[in-house]
Design a protein around this ligand. Structure first.
Ligand SMILES: NCCCNCCCCCC(O)(O)C(F)(F)F
Ligand SMILES: [Zn+2]
Length: 344
């Protein structure tokens, strides 16, 4: 399995995030990619290559042009107002009943206009890091189009919380959605996205909400209890021609492999029934029992079983890294999914 990875991920190194009322060091940090890369090399999963640059066009196939323009200038606009010693974080958002008709001139206003949390710092390197992650996912999509059975885009920052025109949950560009759209544009008639991150992929859901050509399936902690809280419920099935092409499988805190495997079997059956030509797998490993911000109870061996179950779907598969914050074990857990897949 080829692995695509850019050193430019290191350019996203936020100082702090707002979590549970406090500014704390960022959980989504460069060491995450380093430990995954080291394990991938140790197990000899496959060659590790740099992404090819794809420019802004594939990003515009998924994201709003005004949002992309904002992301490109946000840091400079922030520095002009607040200086370069503090990362850019929003301080207020659009609440129900407030107007979203005008984009504010203020950088503080635009940070809130285009985001949904204060846990996702924009820094000097955010744009370059985020575009390098999107290029990794796009390069992986190119490999599937060239006939590879699988590829792994070792992406940082992650993407599945980023929507058409918003960022949050450590995500700026939706790497998995950008790759899925690239596969569609490259000739795949139907593409499935399966999200196994502990958190609901609200961004991916929003992007494909009214699309019947891309199936989105997510297995995640019940949003009644867990971030991102406001969507991801089982009754969210899509809209218009997309109705029925969105499947949310929610699980309670404390979920172990037995329960998780049953949800994964339902997801696999739905994907087979959909008749996709390719699968994009949003691979978060924060379902791990040792994860500091999550509350499922998978153990490292379960990730081997997860990889085998994904292989059982029988589609060319692009793995795209999302979350996972038990950094010491992240490499083993991610590599186990990929190894489990390859062994089928
Ligand atoms: N008390 C709850 C704090 C929640 N803090 C934000 C959690 C973000 C999770 C991000 C992720 O793991 O879903 C991704 F894959 F996108 F990286
Ligand atoms: Zn997550």
């Amino acid at each position: 399995m080829i692995v695509i990875h850019s050193e430019e991920h290191r350019l996203q190194a936020g100082r702090s995030e707002l979590n549970d009322g406090q500014l704390v060091p960022c959980y989504e940090k460069p060491a995450r990619a380093d430990i995954v890369r080291a394990r991938i090399e140790a197990v000899g999963l496959g060659p590790i290559v740099e992404p090819t640059r794809h420019g802004i066009a594939p990003l515009e196939r998924v994201h709003d042009a005004g949002y992309l323009g904002f992301l490109q200038t946000a840091w400079d606009d922030w520095v002009a107002e607040h200086g370069a010693d503090i990362d850019a974080l929003p301080l207020n958002w659009v609440a129900p009943g407030m107007s979203r008709r005008r984009v504010p001139r203020s950088i503080d206003g635009r940070l809130g206009f285009y985001s949904f949390d204060a846990g996702t710092p924009i820094t000097a390197g955010t744009w370059r890091a985020a575009t390098s992650a999107a290029d990794s996912a796009l390069t992986g999509a190119d490999r599937l189009r060239a006939g590879d059975r699988s590829a792994f885009a070792l992406c940082r920052p992650p993407g599945h919380h980023a929507g058409h025109a918003f960022y949050g949950g450590y995500c700026f560009l939706n790497n998995a959605a950008i790759a899925a759209q690239s596969l569609r544009d490259g000739g795949a008639a139907r593409v499935a996205v399966l999200d196994v991150d502990y958190h609901h992929g609200n961004g991916t859901q929003e992007i494909f909400w009214e699309r019947g050509d891309v199936l989105f399936v997510s297995i995640h902690a019940d949003p009644a209890d867990e971030f991102p809280y406001f969507c991801g419920h089982a009754d969210e099935t899509g809209a218009g021609v997309g109705d029925g092409a969105n499947l949310n499988l929610t699980l309670p805190w404390g979920t172990d492999w037995n329960a998780y495997a049953q949800a994964l079997a339902v997801a696999a059956a739905r994907i087979r029934e959909f008749g996709a030509d390719a699968l994009v797998l949003s691979l978060g490993a924060d379902t791990y029992g040792g994860d500091p911000i999550s509350r499922f109870r998978l153990v490292s061996e379960d990730f081997l079983r997860m990889g085998a179950a994904i292989a059982g779907i029988g589609l060319p598969t692009l793995f795209v890294l999302e979350g996972g914050y038990a950094v010491d074990d992240l490499g083993v857990n991610v590599a186990n999914v990929l190894t489990g897949f390859e062994q089928v």
